[in-house]
Design a protein. Sequence first.
Length: 325
Amino acid sequence: MKILVVGGAGYIGSHMVKMLIDSGHDAITFDNLSSGYQDAVLGGEFILGDLADIAAIDMALTKYQPDAVMHFASYIQVGESVKHPDKYYLNNFTNTMNLLNSMIRCDVKNFIFSSTAAVFGEPVYIPIDEAHPRIPLNPYGRSKWMVEEVLLDYERAYGLQSICLRYFNAAGADPSGLLGERHYPETHLIPLVLQAISGRKKDITVFGRNYDTPDGTCIRDYIHIVDLCSAHLLALNKLLKDKQSMRFNLGNGAGFSVQEVISVAEQVTKKKVTVIEGPKREGDPARLVADASLAKQYLAWSPKYVDLETIMTHAWQWELKQINT
Ligand SMILES: NC(=O)c1ccc[n+]([C@@H]2O[C@H](COP(=O)([O-])OP(=O)(O)OC[C@H]3O[C@@H](n4cnc5c(N)ncnc54)[C@H](O)[C@@H]3O)[C@@H](O)[C@H]2O)c1
Ligand SMILES: O=c1ccn([C@@H]2O[C@H](COP(=O)(O)OP(=O)(O)O[C@H]3O[C@H](CO)[C@@H](O)[C@H](O)[C@H]3O)[C@@H](O)[C@H]2O)c(=O)[nH]1
């Protein structure tokens, strides 16, 4: 199959491109390199293009006529989205509309969308399944939810079929050591803890210790990047075969607190980290844990790297490579 991977130079997109190619597919990356790296695209053609540029999207779709589009391109920082909602609605919503409208024009009708646990807002119950109410707490989550809603209308009116995958916390790195997480600035907990251990940073700040959780720190569901990508591959096959739009939550169903993540990092690296106590970060729910039974059932998704030690080991392998090159 021929897949246009929009945002294929980013953290998750680059792992996806690698998996598509390793599985015998043809991957074409479309990316403006605003936060991605061309050297992270390990195969297939690369188009330097921006989703704000409708002619560039039309050109890519017309030239390659992909069987499907996988869309990873967006801004990703929750806190920034609260301060600058304009930036988030423009890139995550308006630019996604450009992509969807081009797809309709160019008769490309299969779409896989990177959604997020942030569409749910403050959980009403845990673990969070697909039926959980969607009340996003911030513009980042709302921009993704708005795309999910538009997709329902586009299926009805134009026959555009989609699968929305709502990731919980993507983490880890490709076990080959060839790819990993490269965000600047980095805001995610696991790479930040490991940078504080490797010496690239001085310390790690814990954002709040008085949440309603056993140790008072926030609980998240960390999912290995390779398992995330394997769910995309299964979703792609399912979409092309069954032609049925679906939404799936993707996580391991196990929650780890910030303190537990720090302890596992120390255990895996056999080093101590300096911990600073900080205030709560705005918009952080106390617990986010996925119920991914639907993905397991419908997609026959079976995550391989479910324990936090393995996720941490692969992320550490990547961090060591960063400091040694
Ligand atoms: N990282 C996580 O834990 C997580 C969790 C839930 C959802 N997601 C979603 O997954 C997707 C990928 O996240 P990531 O961590 O790989 O982010 P990333 O920043 O590493 O990758 C995004 C890529 O999209 C490109 N891009 C951004 N705007 C673009 C535009 N207008 N035109 C063309 N290219 C553009 C960037 O250059 C980058 O290569 C995002 O949509 C994000 O919302 C991520
Ligand atoms: O320096 C830090 C960084 C993070 N945290 C905490 O660690 C947890 C995880 O934070 P982070 O790694 O930033 O991820 P999230 O804020 O949970 O967000 C990720 O996971 C969400 C889905 O769960 C996605 O929507 C987002 O795109 C993705 O960035 C949170 O409780 C943070 O408060 C700290 O205590 N100190």
